[in-house]
Write a protein that binds this ligand. Sequence first.
Ligand SMILES: Cc1cc2nc3c(=O)[nH]c(=O)nc-3n(C[C@H](O)[C@H](O)[C@H](O)COP(=O)(O)OP(=O)(O)OC[C@H]3O[C@@H](n4cnc5c(N)ncnc54)[C@H](O)[C@@H]3O)c2cc1C
Length: 357
Amino acid sequence: MTRLKEVRSAPPGETHETDAVIIGAGPVGLFAVFELGLLGVRAHLIDILDKPGGQCVELYPEKPILDIPAIPVVTGAELTERLLQQIDPFEPVFHLNEMADSLERTDDGKWRISTDLGTTIVAPVVVIAAGGGSFTPKKPPIPGIEAFEGKSVFYAVRQREMFRERTIVIAGGGDSALDWTLNLQPIARKLTLVHRREEFRAAPDSVEKMKALAEAGAIDFHVAQITGLEGKDGVLSAVRVQSAGRGEYAISCENLLAFYGLTMKLGPIAEFGIDLAENRIAVDTEKFETSTPGIFCIGDMAHYPGKLKLILSGFHEAALMAHGAFHYVFPGRKLKFQHTTSAKDLQRKVVGSAPED
Ligand SMILES: Cc1cc2nc3c(=O)[nH]c(=O)nc-3n(C[C@H](O)[C@H](O)[C@H](O)COP(=O)(O)OP(=O)(O)OC[C@H]3O[C@@H](n4cnc5c(N)ncnc54)[C@H](O)[C@@H]3O)c2cc1C
């Protein structure tokens, strides 16, 4: 199972003011915190996912990555862990489980980003590091499922406490289905995992833990396919399943959590009024600024001639973006280029002392 360092999170619904809002906490958004931080620019990050790491953690946490300079091999989860460690001295604030869904100009020329959970962040700089866009759940092909969505049927867990003392069916065989089975089991009244076959596409450690819970009777595990839902007015009473051995039968439940994978869509960013190119955001290649002053775009979401969708390219873009962003945060101040050797505070935090100490 992916284990990621605890991050400094802010509860939803609050209003904040900072120097830069980064939309997307994938590898490139995370490294942007470092490059901005070196120049004294503070950052908040927003991500729709419940953890940082973007594609590295959501799509391939255990796959080896071989093209990060000076690290011959690192998994997606390990790279994320190292990035979190690297940016920690800059104390970034995370708004996880939230989707940045609107952008507007404030009266004093800053930007106001709002999320679907009512958080508002005002800053002179916005950095879009939204990768391929927002991860959107693939819906299971169950007739009439729309009537239950948002009330009884969910495709992500936004607030774990919502499921305390509930009777839950979790459907799916990947990391999300297994992680949430393990995570919700202690607080659920009853939890049943339904997967169409015995084999899983999840971390072996999670599969073993789930099987141990099933053997101990702490959860039920059914090899079956969900074929229908029972209930009224969006309130679920059971899921109907079909299994090779038992035929069709019903499993009583109040909630269905279906984890059938994710697709990526541009999402609300398409409505921000910024110039797009080939369904991504057009940027210059000097500062990676968009058609709108003060709004930058880096990583997979950025479009320019010759762009390579690689983590390495996103890191380079983050460094140049930070130099452009500096002038919006500190208007009129001269930016003196320096290596990390000159970043005394960072050195004290990371290595314990700086040259003149
Ligand atoms: C299977 C696979 C293997 C790969 N292997 C390699 C490799 O070996 N080496 C390599 O360099 N690259 C590899 N890549 C590509 C690499 O993963 C991407 O280039 C990299 O993840 C891009 O980083 P990013 O931060 O720009 O975007 P992402 O990693 O996509 O992160 C973007 C984040 O933005 C969030 N987001 C989007 N819209 C919003 C919104 N409106 N509000 C809030 N949050 C939002 C998303 O939830 C996501 O977490 C691989 C990709 C895949 C799919």
